[in-house]
Design a binder for this molecule. Structure first.
Ligand SMILES: [Zn+2]
Ligand SMILES: [Zn+2]
Length: 182
């Protein structure tokens, strides 16, 4: 134990001691902006994730970052682990990244309009009251479609079906906890 305060990595979502993050320098680069024990003085990604990013192939990196950041954000909001997002709810980076690239190359799957800029592609949850099954209640669409929510009845049924399949797949039977799986 280092005794240092903990910080959550924006990328991997893990909570680690501050000494596993790199410190930010001030503009003059002569001193640190914050006290050694202040999480604000450290970078948002842990040192391991920074190394991973540097060694990953340069192409597609932005899409993959977006997939990873978005997954971590939704995991936090639902209060589930990154691993559960991936294995139970289907948030696999390869798949999300491929879907983002497909939207960029072929347009929004909902309205068909071209989406040229990555910030205009939203990997969002359609209905936050339903479980975050990727491909059912989540997936990349254009920013305009993301603000326009349609009738949710079919979505609720699709989520229930996705949940049955995920439970069967992962053998995480939690009977009597329907609706509280996340
Ligand atoms: Zn990390
Ligand atoms: Zn659209």
């Amino acid at each position: 134990m280092s005794g240092l305060p903990m910080k959550r990595c924006r990328q991997c979502g893990q909570i680690k001691p501050l000494d596993q993050f790199r410190q930010n320098l001030t503009n003059t680069r002569r001193s640190y902006a914050y006290d050694l024990h202040d999480p604000r003085g450290y970078r948002p990604r842990c040192a391991i994730c920074e190394i991973t990013n540097r060694t990953e192939p340069k192409a597609d990196r932005r899409e993959r970052h977006k997939a990873r950041d978005t997954r971590a954000r939704h995991a936090r909001r639902y209060g589930v682990t990154i691993e559960r997002m991936e294995r139970f709810y289907g948030w696999e980076l390869d798949r999300i990244e491929a879907d983002i690239l497909q939207v960029r190359d072929q347009g929004c799957p909902t309205c068909g309009h071209p989406v040229l800029n990555l910030p205009d592609i939203h990997v969002d949850i359609r209905d936050p009251t339903l479980p975050p099954f990727y491909g059912v209640n989540a997936g990349p669409i254009c920013a305009t479609c993301n603000t326009r929510k349609g009738p949710q009845t079919q979505l609720a049924m699709d989520c229930a079906e996705a949940e049955r399949q995920a439970i069967a797949r992962t053998s995480e039977l939690r009977l009597g906890e329907q609706g509280r799986l996340f």
